[in-house]
Design a protein around this ligand. Structure first.
Ligand SMILES: [Zn+2]
Length: 429
């Protein structure tokens, strides 16, 4: 039976691992081994999900003296009760999601992917197949965004927004080491507002740190920025730096898309909303109303944000940015704005860097590459460097829809010989 078969496979795996000396593997062999174990892991988590469902329905957990099926699963798998509850929920959904169930049994989906897809497809079964397909082709960040859109489309945006608003919190605790930790839950717009301010302030602090010759991580700078902003320290500094010539004037926020005009902090939130939806007051069909990189928001929240001077609403069908092209290397503001919203993070699959992204001409301007949305992409400093100097290539798998989902359909092709990387260029993040 299956259990005997599994026991044989497990024994074989165990003895292979006992003999494995990773240091003796070539790089490509190590990469193949990693991929092979990832597949084994996906198959194993598929088996766990299917068995978990039956552990619950068979009530075996009662007989084993557990308080709940989740408690039984948590103990059996060595995880916490939270992950066990979430796995059970996914397992229950699988029963009514045939395409997902099939992909799970084929070992095509990781635990995180199944959870995302099942949670969304259970609300919108029509979207199931496209999400399963997307899992095989797109990075997890894009899959999560698509699932978020699907979930949002199945809910009343105003009531789910209100539920988040009612459940908002900020809490803190102290680690044994003495470090103070925080956890917050905010509405998408308030969260985006906070993140935009922290990011802008962290960029300013990063500039100061670089000038002082300090090497601080983006995360550390973000922590400094949060403390500075909350305590009013940074505001005082930036107000001093920004007021400049005309103390009587209302301070206008600077748009990061027209970058290079100064070094003060700027915090602008982008909202992507279809013009028709903005007028109507709610989205219909394929229309979007969302904060890129965060997720959907109700149209009336977008309307409210639009009157706030620090927000930048991109009305998607107001200007057809996909047709903007230029015979010059410089990038027009409409195009920059469209890129910021299309590529919230570095487009290289697997890279989720969001800080200090650089705009790359996929086909270089010198080679006749045009300055158009289709030929531009945002890359992190590291990937831009590899592409510019080490022969890495960025390609679109499918060039028919240049303005489509962020991060989708990109292929990153490494050169045959790995680059020798100078020490001063490091991955940030
Ligand atoms: Zn990158």
């Amino acid at each position: 039976m299956l259990l005997d078969h599994l026991a044989t496979v497990t024994d074989q795996l165990r003895s292979s691992l006992a003999e494995l000396d990773p240091e003796r593997l070539s790089g490509p062999d190590a990469a193949r081994l990693l991929a092979a174990f990832a597949e084994v892991e996906r198959l194993a988590s598929a088996g766990k999900l299917l068995a978990a469902r039956r552990v619950e329905s068979s009530n075996v957990w009662r007989r084993s003296g557990h308080r709940s099926a989740a408690a039984h699963i948590a103990e059996a798998t060595g995880t916490g009760i939270g992950p066990a509850i979430s796995a059970l929920e996914t397992a229950r959904h699988l029963g009514s999601l045939p395409a997902t169930d099939e992909a799970v049994r084929q070992g095509l989906l990781s635990e995180t992917q199944v959870k995302e897809i099942a949670g969304a497809a259970i609300l919108q079964p029509d979207a199931e197949q496209s999400l399963v397909d997307a899992a095989g082709q797109q990075p997890l960040s894009v899959l999560k965004l698509r699932c978020k859109r699907v979930r949002a489309a199945g809910q009343d945006p105003a009531s789910s927004y209100e539920a988040i608003r009612k459940g908002r919190y900020l809490r803190n605790w102290v680690e044994d080491s003495g470090a103070v930790r925080f956890d917050a839950r905010l509405t998408p717009d308030e969260g985006a507002r906070l993140l935009a301010s922290v990011t802008a302030e962290a960029a300013r602090l990063g500039g100061e740190a670089r000038r002082a010759g300090l090497d601080e991580s983006a995360k550390a700078l973000a922590a400094d920025a949060l403390v500075g902003l909350a305590s009013g320290r940074s505001l005082a500094l930036s107000a001093r730096g920004d007021r400049g010539g005309d103390p009587g004037s209302t301070r206008q926020p600077r748009d990061p898309v027209s970058e290079g005009t100064g070094d003060g902090p700027t915090s602008v939130i982008h909202v992507r909303v279809d013009h028709a939806a903005l007028l109507r007051g709610h989205v219909e069909g394929d229309e979007l109303c969302e904060i890129p990189g965060i997720g959907p928001i109700p149209v009336d929240v977008a309307r409210r944000l639009a009157v706030d001077s620090i927000l930048n609403v991109l009305v998607t069908d107001g200007v057809d940015v996909t047709t903007v092209a230029r015979a010059s290397r410089s990038i027009p503001v409409a195009l920059r704005r469209a890129l910021i919203e299309r590529d919230p993070e570095c487009v290289v699959p697997g890279c989720d860097t969001r800080d200090r992204l650089e705009i790359d001409h996929i086909r270089t301007f010198a080679d006749g590459g045009e300055t158009s949305l289709a030929n531009l992409a945002r890359l992190c400093h590291w990937h831009h460097y590899l592409k510019t100097y080490h022969g890495h290539l960025l390609e679109r798998g499918d060039a028919t829809d240049a303005g489509g989902d962020p991060g989708s359909r990109w292929r990153w092709i490494a050169p045959a010989d790995p680059p020798v990387v100078p020490r001063h260029i490091r991955r940030s993040g």
